[in-house]
Design a binder for this molecule. Structure first.
Ligand code: ADP
Ligand code: MG
Length: 683
């Protein structure tokens, strides 16, 4: 049998089973063998009857000595069966399960698992589970047995049998895709041994070796595919050379503050890329409020000063418009012409702007991702910046380079991504970390209260506004539909505006508003004309109003940790003491844990780590959204250490490609084909 054969070739697979296996995504023998257990059942602790421990569950093999008896005791049906081995005898007792009578055959050996008790001198095992035992059958007693994730009507027993059979029939047929050198260097076991031991481990060590090896292989292949894809897309491209000076100095002089050490460091790294002749692919991680916008402005100006254009993409129009304003204020005096591409623009206005971008009249183009990516023609684009963790994927790069552009790319995010994971998500990306906030920043005091505190919170908000400060009140996306969400913000906002805070200037902001309306509200809030902004999470990312000192989050349990951290980051941006009030009546332990974390720390890296921990990597990154292929055995969070090694190994391999066998290349190509069709990975 070949590993590529259909599972229909296996003896006991008929039409029905074929269907069931297909439903599990299993078509070939190889699919079956890479259908990995989710857990194991340790059946090795088998004892002789003389060794049973009273008061706990025991597993033992014994022969049924006499036909089971059925009798009634206090209206209950009781079944008793006398069983024994060479050294002793014991009675198995079941309650109410009359049908068992016929399942146990006299003279047969069974494997029993159940609680052993000695009462009034009687030795009994209570309601044991049992199955036919045969010492020679590896799928019964004395072994560690696999438990598979879903079975679609197939029992664990049948799956075990099928996989066992497949393993037997394809013995040692699997070519080892890992180069021998790498296997030796990382102490990895051989492939066939790993397959055998992941399903039917000889012992703990066998299992650990097998898992290590298979996880390594999976991550290694994934990484190799990503690296080589990146290499492919970068082939023959050279980066636009940009001289940082005098742009750097001029732009820096425009800043109303002096740069932090962290900002200088990151600027230095970007400038190194600019002069290198390579295309920059850099991720800048900087906690909320660390001043990423200033860095973006300076490097944009450097590109523009060299005679090129720069583009900045933001996830929301509110944020894009704020950036457009800031960039105009700071870079305008240096002669930079900023163009803000809105989703809704008058046709004429838009045409004029697009013409300006195409002719090079506009130097700095700002807009949402959607707007900038939809076929804007640039005259000489040298730098693309995406704000707040939106990727600029391979597809967009290719599209741009087809138009003769090969810009440097900078991704800015407040969500710290562990380097190892960033490599998976973004390909071979360089990472800069802004690890310090501007000095003089106030620590934001965080309070977690129940809704019983509403009156007191309102009183506090009034005192803050009376003192000249501004406040945010955020309502979550409790409702499924956007319409309902909007309604709830409108209702609650109206209540606050008309009843509680009638004497104050309250503004409402929600997703259903036209961009122009949103902008109007944001501008009014930034100017201080609105004192209280009641909003959905549209204000979550990036909004910067330094005079705002309180962030109230209603139903805080509905927000993820990173979201809460982002929301809290909207305050504490000026010199005044700031507060974050999280209101929640949640009882659910995980939600409580999140709120506790918020109270305990303001370190974005720790919060992200906790978030990753609570939610798992799939959820955290939206694996699907990122176009990551589904992993069969590796867990990106738990297996971080193996991932690091696999990445090293993949780099090594790419440097010595000639050492790969034909089969290894084929496997690699197969991986790319199945894993990345229709996805857009990396940068
Ligand atoms: P983020 O990194 O979250 O995008 P911003 O770029 O919005 O942060 O900056 C947050 C605030 O810090 C802004 O008001 C900005 O003007 C200010 N800021 C940035 N850099 C400095 C600095 N070096 N010193 C003082 N304030 C700074
Ligand atoms: Mg920002």
């Amino acid at each position: 049998m070949q590993r590529t054969d259909s599972v229909a070739m296996l003896k006991t697979v008929g039409v029905q089973r074929l269907k069931q296996l297909h439903a599990l995504g299993i078509d070939t023998v190889e699919d079956l063998m890479t259908y990995f257990p989710r857990d194991y059942e340790d059946r090795r602790e088998e004892k002789g009857i003389a060794e049973l421990t009273a008061g706990q569950s025991n597993t033992f093999v014994a022969k049924v000595l006499a036909a089971p008896e059925v009798f009634h005791y206090q209206k209950k049906t009781v079944i008793r069966a006398r069983v024994g081995d060479e050294d002793g005898q014991v009675t198995c007792v079941w309650f109410g399960m009359t049908y068992l009578k016929n399942s146990l055959k006299v003279g047969e050996d069974y494997l029993f698992t159940g609680r052993y008790e000695v009462k009034y001198g009687k030795k009994q095992v209570l309601s044991p589970s049992f199955e036919m035992a045969s010492k020679k059958d590896p799928l019964a007693s004395g072994h560690i047995l696999p438990i598979y994730p879903a079975t679609h009507g197939l029992s664990q027993k049948i799956l075990r049998k099928l996989i066992y059979q497949a393993l037997e029939e394809t013995k040692n047929q699997f070519p080892d895709l890992l180069p021998k050198k790498i296997r030796e260097q990382y102490h990895l076991c051989e492939k066939n041994y790993a397959l055998q031991n992941i399903h039917f481990p000889e012992d703990e060590e066998g299992f650990l070796l097998a898992r290590q090896r298979l996880v390594f292989e999976e991550l290694y292949l994934l990484q190799l595919a990503l690296f080589s894809m990146k290499e492919e897309t970068m082939k023959g491209r050279s980066g636009i050379r940009l001289s940082p000076q005098p742009g750097r100095q001029e732009a820096e002089a425009q800043m109303p503050f002096s740069l932090t050490q962290a900002q200088r460091k990151v600027l230095g790294q970007i400038e190194e890329d600019f002069v290198s002749g390579r295309v920059m692919n850099r991720l800048v991680q900087g906690d909320v409020g660390s001043g990423k916008t200033a860095v973006a402005m300076i490097v944009s100006y450097e590109a523009i000063q060299n005679g090129y254009q720069a583009a900045l993409m933001a996830p929301t129009e509110v944020l894009a418009s704020q950036h457009a304003k800031t960039f105009s204020e700071v870079l305008g005096p240096l002669g930079v012409r900023v163009g803000f591409l809105r989703g809704t623009m008058k046709k004429r206005e838009k045409e004029a702007l697009l013409a300006g971008i195409a002719s090079g009249e506009v130097d700095m183009i700002i807009g949402t991702h959607a707007v900038i990516q939809s076929g804007v023609a640039f005259s000489a684009l040298a730098l693309v910046i995406t704000d707040e963790q939106h990727r600029f994927g391979v597809k967009q790069r290719v599209r741009l380079s087809q138009k003769g552009q090969d810009p440097h790319v900078l991704v800015m995010t407040a969500t710290p991504i562990p380097r190892t994971l960033a490599l998976i998500l973004y390909g071979d990306l360089d990472i800069s970390v802004m690890d310090a906030l501007p000095t003089g920043r106030q620590q934001v005091d965080t309070l977690v209260v129940t809704s019983a505190y509403h009156e007191r919170v309102y009183g506090f908000l009034k005192r803050q506004m009376d003192a000249g400060r501004q406040v945010y009140v955020v309502c979550p996306s409790v409702e499924e539909s956007e319409k309902r969400q909007t309604e709830s913000v409108m209702q609650y906002g109206t209540y606050l505006a008309q009843e509680v805070f009638a004497a104050y200037r309250v503004g409402l902001l929600h997703g259903k508003m036209k961009p122009a309306q949103k902008e109007e509200i944001m501008v009014a809030f930034a100017r201080g004309e609105i004192q209280m902004l009641v909003a959905t999470t549209v204000i979550e990312v990036g909004v910067n109003v330094p005079n705002a000192t309180v962030m109230v989050v209603e139903n805080a349990e509905y927000f993820g940790l990173s979201q809460l951290h982002q929301l809290r980051g909207r305050v504490g941006r000026g010199t005044e003491k700031s507060y974050c009030v999280l209101i929640s009546d949640a009882k659910n332990p995980e939600a409580k844990e999140r709120l506790k974390t918020m109270k305990a720390t303001s370190d974005g890296f720790r919060i992200a780590e906790m978030d990753l921990h609570l939610r798992g990597p799939g959820d955290f990154f939206g694996t699907r959204q990122h176009g990551l292929p589904p992993l069969k055995i590796a867990n990106l969070y738990r297996d971080m250490e193996i991932l690091t090694q696999a990445q090293q190994a993949a780099r090594q391999t790419l440097q010595h490609k000639d050492e790969l066998s034909k089969e290894q290349w084929q496997a690699l190509e197969q991986w790319q084909k199945t894993a990345f069709t229709a996805t857009d990975v990396g940068i």
